[in-house]
Design a protein around this ligand. Structure first.
Ligand code: MHO
Length: 221
C-alpha cells in the first residue's frame, strides 16, 4: 500500500493545519552545500515527512554555525519508505549538489551520511553508477553518520522564514512545532519554487491560517 500526502494530514489545531506522520518513517542525512537549499528541495517532496538542518560528519563536540569545527552543513530527512525509497532521495541528492568538484570548505562538502549498512551500500552503488555513466570522478564522500547537532532555529526552513509577513506569522503560529512540521517543510519548499501546482493547492487547502498569510504565500507560488 502506498501513502499519499493525505494520509499524513491530521488537523491538529484550529490555528495550524498539520501533516502528521501516520506510518513508520526512516531517516536519511545528506551534505550538499549550504543547507538552506536542500531543506527546501526535499521539503517539497511528497513522502518526506520532516526536514531539519544541522551539522554532522566531523568529530569535534558541540558544533554551531560560527564554530563548525570539522563538521559539514547537512539536511536530515524523515521519510515514509512506502512512498519514497532511499534511491529516490539519492536521485535528488546526486542532481542537486556539485559532486564533480571537491568543495573548498569542509562546511559545504558533498557527503552521504549513511544510517545503516543498507544505506551505505546503496549510496556507494549509486555513486559507482554515476561515475561509470558519466566517466567522471565523483568527489562526494559516502560515510557513516555518527551524530548530528541541529542547527540554530534561524537556519531551519530558512526560505519560508525569510518570506515577508508569512514567515514571521507562521513562526509565531506554529511555535515549537515550526521546525518539525510537515506542512511547514512543504511551504518552505513551495516558496523556494519547488513542488507541483496540484500539491500546492492541496497543502494550502489543508492549511488553517489567517487569510493574510495565505495571500502572502500565494504571491510566492
Ligand atoms: N548563503 C550564505 C551561506 C549560508 S549557508 C547556511 C552565504 O552565501 O554566505 O552556509
Amino acid at each position: 500500500m502506498t501513502h499519499s500526502d493525505e494520509d499524513f494530514i491530521r488537523q491538529r489545531s484550529a490555528a495550524a493545519g498539520e501533516l502528521q506522520p501516520s506510518a513508520e518513517t526512516q531517516t536519511a542525512t545528506f551534505g550538499m552545500g549550504c543547507f538552506w537549499g536542500p531543506d527546501a528541495t526535499f521539503g517539497a517532496m511528497e513522502g518526506v515527512v520532516r526536514t531539519r538542518v544541522g551539522y554532522a560528519g566531523g568529530t569535534e563536540p558541540n558544533p554551531s554555525y560560527y564554530s563548525l569545527g570539522d563538521h559539514t552543513e547537512v539536511v536530515q530527512l524523515e521519510y515514509d519508505p512506502e512512498t519514497r525509497s532511499y534511491e529516490d532521495l539519492l536521485e535528488v541528492f546526486w542532481s542537486n549538489h556539485s559532486w564533480q568538484t571537491p568543495s573548498r570548505k569542509r562546511q559545504y562538502r558533498g557527503v552521504v551520511l549513511a544510517h545503516d549498512d543498507e544505506q551505505y551500500e546503496t549510496a556507494q552503488r549509486t555513486k559507482d553508477d554515476l561515475a561509470e555513466r558519466t566517466e567522471t570522478a565523483v568527489e562526494t564522500a559516502i560515510e557513516v553518520l555518527e551524530s548530528i547537532t541541529l542547527a540554530e532555529d534561524y537556519h531551519q526552513k530558512y526560505e519560508l522564514r525569510s518570506t515577508p509577513v508569512a514567515g514571521d506569522e507562521l513562526v509565531a503560529l506554529y511555535g515549537d512545532e515550526f521546525v518539525d512540521s510537515t506542512v511547514v517543510a512543504r511551504l518552505n519548499g513551495f516558496v523556494a519554487g519547488h513542488g507541483t501546482e496540484e500539491q500546492r493547492r492541496r497543502v494550502l487547502a489543508a492549511l488553517d491560517v489567517p487569510a493574510t498569510v495565505v495571500a502572502e504565500l500565494r504571491r510566492r507560488f
